[in-house]
Design a protein around this ligand. Structure first.
Ligand code: KIV
Length: 272
């Protein structure tokens, strides 16, 4: 297996499968707005996820459940303008694909048409298979999401690791094969044991992207605000922080406040 990196002008769902085949790890990161997406894209992140984690990170909700389809489309249409290279995947929000596959398709079509995104992501397996099938039949690429699926947080009642018990692990493995069979181009596995995640990644031909799922999968995804240390109260074991922007930004803003109060800002050079 080679680890040589091929250059991609634009990452597509096909490129991701190629990366898996070539043993090249896939990088995926969230973004919810134009300015952040520009930085993420310029850093050669392969996939930008307009995650419904925007509900927490951007809107301050406790869960991902309240965010609406219109809000997801707004975030996605800002991100898409900045993404020159990355594949842009958008979460279909809670309540828009679980009850009715026709509504699921209408939601996916709205996301694709109104934001210009390249693909959608949905959470769940067997329970949502009709929605997955219908969206893919309409020509829209779908990414699955299994394990700790945050839209089901009230069913789980806790954010602890999923699929530690055999029954849940077996269901997850079946769901992954089913998502592959129906034509999903990739699967996110969230917060499950590393050996199970690796087994799933090895059992399917489509890329498996992990978050809290160990290093044996085909790629990794994080929430960009967590990676940059802008969120400082969220400290799961799987998170590697590359900066502490919460403190750095706070210090910079405090200096600005001091400079305004002391009349140091603006100086004559900063005035017309
Ligand atoms: O919404 C999101 O950010 C996600 C990732 C955590 C995978 O679904």
């Amino acid at each position: 297996m080679s680890t040589a990196k091929k250059e991609y002008k634009r990452v597509t769902v096909k490129s991701l499968v190629e990366m898996k085949q070539n043993g090249e790890r896939i990088s995926m990161l969230t973004a919810y707005d134009y300015s952040m997406a520009k930085i993420v894209d310029a850093a050669n992140v392969d996939v930008i996820l307009v995650g419904d984690s925007a509900s927490n990170v951007m809107a301050g909700h406790e869960t991902t459940l309240p965010i609406t389809l219109d809000q997801m489309i707004y975030h996605a249409s800002s991100v898409i303008k900045a993404a020159r290279r990355a594949l842009v995947v958008v979460d279909i929000p809670f309540g828009r694909y679980q009850s009715d596959s026709k509504e699921a398709l209408r939601s996916a079509i709205r996301i694709m048409k109104e934001s210009g995104a390249h693909a959608v992501k949905v959470e769940g397996g067997e329970e949502i298979k009709e929605s997955v099938k219908r969206i893919i039949q309409a020509g829209i690429p779908v990414m699955g999401h299994l394990g700790l699926t945050p839209q089901s947080i009230y069913k789980f009642g806790t954010y602890t690791v999923r699929a530690k018990e055999e029954a849940e692990a077996e269901k997850l493995k079946k769901d992954a094969k089913m998502l592959e069979k129906y034509g999903c181009f990739g699967i996110v596995l969230e917060k499950i044991p590393a050996n199970l995640a690796q087994e799933v990644a090895e059992s399917v031909t489509i890329p498996v992207i992990g978050i809290g799922a160990g290093g044996g999968v085909d790629g990794q995804v994080l929430v960009v605000h967590d990676l940059l240390g802008m969120t400082h109260e969220f400290n799961p074991r799987f998170l590697r922080r590359y900066m502490n922007l919460y403190d750095e930004m706070g210090k910079a803003i405090a200096r600005y406040v001091d400079d305004v109060k002391s009349r140091d800002f603006p100086s004559s050079e900063e005035s017309y």
